[in-house]
Design a protein around this ligand. Structure first.
Ligand code: HEC
Length: 491
């Protein structure tokens, strides 16, 4: 006969559960041990005094206050800001949290945001505004500082910077040093050596009272090179492998578009471009292929109250190696999907997917290593636009029919693909110096510049693991993919 009353069962359960909870509470993540390393590596660069983010995430208290909110914005992928889908293609300087990191954050919140042992805190990293590549050969600052009013608006401004070189100069690395990380969102650098183009741009500058001139969607003039370089917060400088790079000619100018984010107080910026010249002559100059409305047959018109997409194609006649990819559209932009296909459609090489375009977080996205596109392949770019009232960024209410133009109230469809003509062995050339014949330091630096999956040291494999991402090539990406899954390169 069962003598236990339901009440007794219930109270035993309650006692058992609370005892169990007390024990299990000790296994929750704590701030200093588990959370601080994730925040410092992924958030503090922007969330610190003088950083781009609206508040600091440094101390236990800072992070405690925002705990639940941090769980939400990281789970949704809103933070850290990074618009390409990392499951489609990895890029240098990638800002993404691993699933493991996200679990640690939600576990910490679930466990009551415990502090843990302050002695275990890894220490706040130092964020330097100095070159990470040593002493630059050319230091090219904006000609005048920019003063951004404290009126909470965005600004897109073009600055003309004379290169001042007196002979043909080979460039092996380009580094952007922001003068004010509280407002600098991104920069895109163009190049011209054409006196007529430079004169037109100088006239635009002279007509505009403030330093530089406004350039929301383009440079205002037609440049020989629309993509000399680019930068977003946290992105490493571009370092080309030996023999590959850019060239500066006497009389040339760099055109730097700066995007300044909104600020409640007046801020000043003087951003500098550092140029590192090459000892080895640049024999393979990085060019830019472009997909634009010239690459599709219908007119580029986005009717009011419609969601519409355009499909551009570009046939690749000979083998090329891609350096970077930069999709560009304005405020009606909704998504991008860019890939290359073989002529028989049996092979697809993913290039970039941006499932939710955000004009404010655009950038130039550099592949970790040169990416071969065989001759005969076709690059496809599908850009989607939302010209309805559902798009909160729509500059018109009610929506208006939009077409091509450089202004906020006009639209664009461009994909810039930086490339060089392919040479044997290109797929082993990484950006960041040296070849990747498994130099642990090179691998570690590629790893540090964007891959954080809870592994913090890298060893060279005895036997390489193979083509993990099955793109037909064995590259650093494969090694890193292996690392992410198994924690070490080869078991
Ligand atoms: C590249 C710079 C950058 C990085 C890296 C970054 N943030 Fe942000 N964060 C911002 C900016 C700028 C905003 C303001 C909203 C916006 O502009 O999108 C913001 C907003 C936020 C907000 C909302 C604050 C509010 O008051 O609305 C939270 C929470 C947040 N970030 C948390 C994080 C966390 C957690 C990380 C790291 C996992 C992170 N951020 C990484 C720049 C950054």
């Amino acid at each position: 006969m069962n003598t236990k009353s339901p009440l007794l069962t219930l109270s035993l359960t309650v006692i058992f559960c609370s005892v169990f909870n007390t024990f299990s509470a000790q296994t929750y993540s704590t701030f200093h041990e588990d959370v601080a390393p994730i925040i410092y590596n992924n958030c503090t660069e922007c969330h610190r005094p003088g950083g781009l983010g609206p508040m600091s995430l440094i101390t236990y208290n800072d992070v405690f206050v925002y705990g639940e909110y941090i769980e939400i914005v990281t789970a949704s992928g809103f933070m850290p800001p990074w618009i390409p889908d990392p499951n489609y293609r990895h890029f240098r300087g990638e800002r993404v949290l691993s699933t493991g990191d996200k679990l640690v954050l939600s576990d910490w919140v679930a466990g009551g945001k415990q502090e843990g042992n302050p002695a275990a805190n890894p220490g706040v990293p130092t964020f330097t505004n100095e070159s990470v590549l040593g002493v630059p050969d050319l230091v090219l600052p904006m000609p005048e500082p920019w003063v951004q009013a404290g009126d909470m608006t965005d600004q897109y401004q073009i600055f003309l910077i004379p290169t001042g070189v007196t002979s043909t100069t080979y460039v092996r690395a380009i580094e952007v040093i922001t003068g004010n990380s509280a407002i600098s969102h991104h920069s895109i650098i163009g190049y011209s050596n054409d006196p007529a183009v430079i004169a037109d741009a100088l006239a635009l500058d002279a007509d505009s009272p403030e330093p530089g001139y406004v350039g929301f969607g383009g440079f205002g003039v037609t440049l020989e090179d629309n993509l000399f370089g680019g930068w977003v917060p946290g992105s490493p400088p571009i370092e080309f492998p030996d023999g590959i790079g850019k060239v500066l000619e006497p009389g040339s100018y760099l055109f730097m578009q700066m995007h300044y984010g909104p600020t409640p107080v007046e801020e000043t910026d003087l951003t500098t471009i550092n140029i590192f010249t090459a000892d080895v002559p640049v024999t393979r100059v990085v060019g830019v292929a472009t997909l634009s409305p010239f690459s599709f047959s219908e007119p580029f018109i986005i009717p009011a109250d419609q969601v519409i997409s355009f499909h551009a194609t570009l046939d690749i006649p000979v083998d090329v190696s891609l350096v970077s990819i930069t999709p560009h559209m304005h405020l009606l932009g909704k998504s991008w999907m860019v890939y290359a296909t073989s002529s028989d459609d049996q092979d697809t090489i993913p290039l970039i997917s941006i499932p939710q375009w955000d004009f404010h977080w655009q950038g130039m996205f550099t592949f970790p290593a040169l990416l071969k596109i065989p001759g005969g392949y076709t690059i496809h770019a599908i850009g989607e636009y939302d010209n309805t009232t559902n798009n909160i960024d729509n500059p018109f209410s009610p929506p208006e029919t939009m077409t091509w133009g450089e202004f906020t109230t006009e639209e664009m469809f461009i994909v810039f693909a930086q490339f060089v003509f392919y040479q044997e062995g290109d797929e082993n050339l990484t950006f960041g110096g040296g070849t990747n014949n498994c130099d642990p330091a090179a691998l570690q630096s590629a790893y540090d510049s964007g891959y954080s999956d809870g592994v913090d040291s890298v060893v060279c494999p005895e036997v390489c693991p193979g083509d993990i991402n099955s793109d037909g090539f064995l590259t650093a990406i494969d090694l890193l993919g292996f690392l992410a899954n198994f924690g070490s390169v080869c078991p």
